[in-house]
Design a binder for this molecule. Sequence first.
Ligand code: GDP
Length: 424
Amino acid sequence: MVKAVVGANWGDEGKGKITDMLASNADYIVRFQGGANAGHTIVNEYGKFALHTLPSGVFYNHTTSVIGNGVALNIPLLFKEIQSLVEKGVPMPKILVSDRAQMVMPYHILFDQYEEERLGKKSFGSTKSGIAPFYSDKYAKIGFQVSELFDEEGLKEKVERVVEQKNVMLEHMYHKPLIDAKKLLEALHEYRDMVAPFVADVSTILNNAIKENKTILLEGQLGTLKDTDHGIYPMVTSSSTLAAYGAIGAGIPPYEIKQIITVCKAYSSAVGAGAFVSEIFGDEADELRRRGGDGGEYGATTGRPRRMGWFDCVASKYGCRMQGTTDVAFTVLDVLGYLDEIPICVGYEIDGEVTTDFPVTHLLEKAKPVFEVLPGWKCDIRGIKEYDKLPENCRKYIEFIEEHIGYPITMISNGPGREDIIYR
Ligand code: GDP
């Protein structure tokens, strides 16, 4: 059985916690897209961890953690992450890296920085992890698959060819230091030695696992609104964040994905530039940011303060639909316990008309939020295990949102820990 855990919104919905929780009954946990540009925060008995490359299942010893072919793999960072786990006493996880995964090259990170510098005020707010240059090269067919590290002759020839092209850009467009092909090749030899013990034909392994009725979790990064095609283009990420892409990025048949758990946060947050209709500012935003998540809404990778907003039914309905949601996991609800009243964005007003359908980017930029206000529940709901024990106003908030997004909320997360979950 294959299940996907994906985000409905702009990312940071708490997918890491939900995956970590579901991983207790899973055999394989697979990252299928994205790179080390976003992070999952996980709290468990070993401590608090920010994972950027490893899937959230690395804390169990019954699971195998898989880096699928769709991932932008930064090998030195993967190694740092493995080391940091082992240093904190986590047993060495079982890790498989797809031989078809492509590698983030040192120059991808530099090009990401140079381009954001060049764009100045018009920059995308990139995390400068090299993701956009990486995927550009992948589709321009000048990327490097992990498998190529094991073909020395081919590697040497390709490094020289690619460096020649990159150096033209570095010299004439960015006026930056050039790449030395020999040094790059040496770095790739180091990458090869680091990754060699983990390289595998992941697609075959996962297909066999499906035949043996194993449980596979596909773990998405970011959320629908950051999808390259269906998100707020161009303020998106450079890979598909949708569950459907899980089939491609892991190398499994699409019809094997039976459950799609879309994670939706009880309020909104976003990082980077782009329209954010239900955004709030000033003291109201500061307070929600400070109380949000587990220790505040600041980026797990970058430490940047996140932009804050009220729950957005328009964006979330669309976000759930594009994912092909079977279940919604509604997270971080406990954080809202301080509010007397809670606004919910139920529509967008665009050119004088109200819609509940998520528009294309140029119309989204004109959209003004239409809010409805629900009463708060004014208490701490952490520790509650049954739906019926939640305060009435809290249940009303959940049911109001469920009705507006049109997908069943079957899990409610009321704290950062694995056990802080209410099944419905
Ligand atoms: P992800 O990228 O979707 O995994 O999300 P992040 O890890 O960036 O953000 C989720 C943050 O919220 C983390 O700090 C989690 O520990 C925390 N978190 C997850 N679920 C809950 C919850 O139900 N309540 C609270 N208070 N924090 C949560």
